[in-house]
Design a protein around this ligand. Structure first.
Ligand code: ZN
Length: 170
């Protein structure tokens, strides 16, 4: 299989996790960690509303679920890739740099939200760390549009904080 075929398969998997998150009335973001043999190590999705945990982003969830495999990769040099349906925020960007992940692929850049990966990388402050992670942003337009549709649905969801705020008259 070519790299792009694999990317499509694993980004589709991340998108499926994002759909589950939306069904659970939380931010539609999903993530998957895969090794160099294309073995799925872990899946994760946003659980901010589900778990009442502001730090429970999809990338944090999948890194936690990967558990021992992350520690093993630091010792063995095993190459891990993280696939996310949305560009990682500053918190998740930090988590990726701490997790021996060597490739970060996401479906949609997060311009208006809290996208942080590219902004932090551009500062060059953590250049040595960032230089060990290959970045692939928005490789597949059709899947990107599916993520956008999920985000539009989330914008209309009554559990969205913006809608809760409006409902409370603030
Ligand atoms: Zn995040």
């Amino acid at each position: 299989m070519t790299t792009s075929t694999n990317d499509r398969m694993f980004l589709t998997m991340a998108l499926e996790e994002a759909k589950l998150a939306l069904e659970e009335n939380t931010y539609p973001v999903g993530a998957v960690i895969v090794d160099e043999q294309n073995k799925v190590i872990a899946k994760g999705r946003n659980r901010v509303h589900t778990d009442k945990d502001a730090t429970a982003h999809a990338e944090i969830d999948v890194i936690r679920n990967a558990g021992q495999a992350i520690l093993d990769a630091k010792v063995s040099g095993r190459v891990l890739t993280i696939y996310s349906s949305l560009e990682p925020c500053p918190m998740c960007t930090g988590a990726i740099l701490f997790s021996h992940i060597r490739r970060a692929v996401w479906l949609k850049n997060d311009e208006e939200g809290f996208g942080g990966y590219r902004k932090i990388k551009e500062t060059m402050v953590f250049d040595r760390r960032f230089s060990s992670v290959k970045m692939v942003a928005e490789p597949l337009d059709d899947l990107k549009h599916q993520q956008e549709t999920l985000m539009d649905k989330w914008a209309d969801n009554p559990h969205n904080v913006i809608n809760l705020r409006k409902a409370s008259g603030k």
